[in-house]
Design a protein. Structure first.
Length: 223
């Protein structure tokens, strides 16, 4: 179990370890610091593999990389373009509607506060936080299944849903660390702290982990 004082150490270790991992699709898109592309790529990425998200995002932005141009595309055309992602029809509908609303109500700009972003259909807390952090360089904690799982295994939080994990992490962590958490935990969760069979034996932070300690103290099964 990590003590509050040890959190900076754990993050430092994970940061060093992350240099060994390949970047996620969102990392690459986030580098552009374009809130609109980050928002749309997030929607494309739901229940879709990283490589597919990256490829489809690129294809879509070749046709339209801003709300005004995207709003001009028909829903059918967007759907055809993004056909390789899961739920492409629903996503095409959302992308069209979001782009139209951005043009009509926000002068073609993505709003930079979470509460306004949450009023867009198809935008949940994870996506809103990602746009805030990677699009605007503002404080937020995007929590997906990896962040939720790793935070609970380490014992930083004890929560049942990503929304509750976000709230708990906001209370636990100084703002200084908020923007790093998603990046570090997603890569760590994809490569080491996997949902099934986490690679605990090769984990660089096992001595700070509640789950690992529970494994060691679990009684052996008697046959
Ligand atoms: Fe995850 Fe295992 Fe490392 Fe704990 S010790 S953080 S469960 S990989």
């Amino acid at each position: 179990m990590t003590t509050k004082k040890e959190i900076p150490t754990v993050l430092k270790i994970l940061k060093k370890k992350s240099r060994e991992f390949t970047s996620t699709a969102l990392n690459d898109i986030a580098e552009e610091r374009d809130p609109f592309k980050i928002l749309i790529s997030c929607i494309l990425s739901l229940r879709t593999r990283d490589e597919t998200t990256a490829r489809v995002s690129k294809k879509l932005y070749e046709l339209a990389d801003n709300p005004k141009d995207m709003a001009k595309l028909s829903e059918k055309y967007i759907a055809r373009t993004i056909k390789s992602v899961n739920y492409y029809k629903t996503k095409a509908k959302r992308i069209k509607a979001i782009s139209q609303r951005l043009v009509l109500e926000f002068n073609g700009r993505v709003p930079d506060d979470i509460n306004t972003l949450l009023t867009f259909k198809g935008v949940g807390r994870k996506t809103a936080n990602i746009v805030i952090v990677y699009g605007f360089n503002k404080h937020g904690i995007p929590v997906d299944t990896h962040v939720h799982r790793v935070s609970n295994r380490l014992g930083w939080v004890n929560t049942k849903t990503p929304e509750k994990t976000e709230a708990a992490l906001r209370t636990l962590l100084p703002k200084l660390y908020w923007m790093d958490i998603n990046d570090l935990f997603v890569q760590f969760g994809q490569n080491i702290c996997k949902p099934i069979n986490p690679k605990c034996s090769e984990c660089p932070v096992k001595k700070y982990c509640k789950y690992y300690k529970s494994l060691k103290t679990r009684p052996l099964k008697v046959k």
